[in-house]
Structure formats: C-alpha cells, structure tokens
Design a protein around this ligand. Sequence first.
Ligand SMILES: Cc1ncc(COP(=O)(O)O)c(C=O)c1O
Length: 377
Amino acid sequence: MKIPDFELERWKAKRVIPGVVDLTETGLPEPLRLRDIFSEDILDLRMDYASIYGNETLRQEIAELYSGKDKDNVLVTSSTSESNMIQTNLVVNNGDTVILQVPSFMQIPGLVEANGVRIVKYTTQPENNFEFDVEAFNECVTSKTRVFAFNFPNNPTGRVLSKEQVRAICEIAKDHDAWIIVDEVYRGIEFEGPFSPSFAEYYDKAVVAGSVSKIFGLAGLRVGWMVGPKDIIEKGSAYKEYTTLGGSVLSEELAARVLEKRMRQRLIERGRKLVAESFAVFDKWMDQNSDFLSYAKPKFGVIALVKHRLNTTSREFCTRLADERKIAVVPCDECFPDIQDGKHYLRMSYCHPPSLLRETLDKITETMEQYYQRVEA
Ligand SMILES: Cc1ncc(COP(=O)(O)O)c(C=O)c1O
C-alpha cells in the first residue's frame, strides 16, 4: 500500500520543535498528568500482552458513550489513528467509489486514496460557513457509491452535524446500502450540551473512531476505539493482529479508570471549562483583529479556521511565525488542499492556558502588522 504524505502532520513534524509554542496541536489547554490518574495499586499490573479486543471494563465504558451499543460493538485501538486505519481498510475495497467529505483531517482521505478507489469529493463551502448541506451531498451519491467517509466534529472547519443531518445522511446511505466511516475524535469537546450525534447510533453500517486524546486530555495514553457492527469488530480484531497485536495493558488500564462513569463526567466538565476559558481569549483576539481576520465561530474546541486579509500567503506567514517568533500555526495552502483560497486561511488551535495564549496571540499580531496592506478578496 502506497500512502500519500499527510501534509498537516508533515508540517507539524517540521515546525513543532522544542522551544516552539504550538498552535497546531488540538488537545486540551491542560492535558492530564500521570499523577492525576495514577494510584499505587497499578504497580501490581502484570506487563503481559493486552487482549486483542481490549480491556473488558474499558470496552464496556466506551460502549456507554454510544446509545444502543454494548462491549461487543467496541474494539480498543491505539487511538483514533489506528481505528481510522483499520476501519478504512476493512470497509473500502479496491475499485469502489467512495465519497470523501472535505475539508477534513486528511488521514482517512489518504488511506482511501491508497486503496486505489474512485474518489468523489463533497466539499463544504466557505460561503455557507463550511456547513454540511445534505441536498448537495446527496447529489454526489450514485448507484456506484459504496462508502461515505466523514470527519465530524470537523477538523479544520469547526462544524458539527445535527441529529437531523446525521439521520438524513444515514437514510441516503441506507438507500444505497453504503458504508459510513467517520472520524469522531472531537465528539465530547463541544462547548456545552450533550455529545454531538454519533453515526454509530443511527445506522447499522456505520463504523466510527474516537479516543481519550481530546476531551479527556490524555493523548499520551494512545488509547482509542472503533465502534461498529459486531462482525466488523471481529474483522477489526483480526486486522489489528497485523498492526499492533494488542494495545498497551498499562494505557488501557489507566483509560478504564478515567472512563469510569463518575470520573469521566468530572473530566468532561474539566475539559469543557478549560476549553471555554481559552476560547474566550481567542475570540476576543479575533474581535480585536477583525479588520484582517474573520471566522465562523467554532462549534467545539479547540480548532478555529481563520480567514485572513493580509498581503501574503498563509504558507509564507506561518513560515515567518515559526522562524522568527517560534510559534507554529497551520497554513491551509500547505496542509488542507481542499480549502479553496487556502492561501488566505489559517487553522489555529487555542489549546494553551489563557496567559500563554494571550501572550502568543499578541506576538502573532505583531507579525501580522508587517502585512497590513489590505488585499482585495
Ligand atoms: C480529526 C482527527 N482525527 C484523529 C486525530 C488523532 O487522534 P488520536 O490522538 O486519537 O490518534 C486528530 C488529532 O489531531 C484529529 O484532528
């Protein structure tokens, strides 16, 4: 399998180096520390292989995050990244027609492309604030479509889907007997209210990915999951025998403690509070710079897709920020090929505590001042 470069991650690998303030990463402003979830008794844990399906308690707790699912609908994976890999390779077959929703985090699209399929893109539009338009999407579906591939809540646009939209998309899939694969890693990191709808709750042929990396602030554990129909979970476990042959017993045990009902509730509240505080700083900065910056406010943390009117390209601006200011921001002309006019878009995260974030944004303003000659759109 030949995979294309994952431009976003390549950019991060080159720019996010020690000493750089990272506004490319999209976790909580304060990830948990090991001491927050550690207790002495874990020292007795046997460092054996983990079950290929994952820790049983953890599977049950993950199932509780989805209505109508039980532990046999869950495969524990090495984070969303492994789940995206497994679900895509299980469901997508060479020669299929696959609809990719873009702009999107480019892992599933890269894996789909590597499978030698016919790709049809459904692009959410800037003039519609990148909102999903079910009718326009439906026009992309044909009798040959076998798979829909999505990322919601969406990185980079900050959009989420309503229950009605998810239901309507599932109806379309059902009419075509198509699979739906979805990267749902940001589910839960909405600013308030219930978790956004999961496709797994609405359709038998949906396979979704999630993890403890975002709302739970535990990206370093590398624990995630795939949720879907039981036969796909079984096939996924067989696939996993070729990827990791099981996760880390230590990480899975820690994740099981974190996802225990009361603990997870506390952590969701903690995560949302942190995100809201940092977002308030970011939003104020956007307001102060509204002559040159605009955005459709994100509907979850910690991503913002920002349009700029500076007389430079995003790539040049971000290169300068990294070189001169030691600040890493994602230029969309380099990393999100499906954003039309990407040279005027930045994907910024605000996942730092308010004081560091404020200081960093002020430095960005100083660099922006060098490019204040307004360009015509
Ligand atoms: C949409 C999306 N999916 C997956 C990941 C990676 O998630 P994980 O840490 O669970 O592998 C990211 C990380 O930024 C992401 O933005």
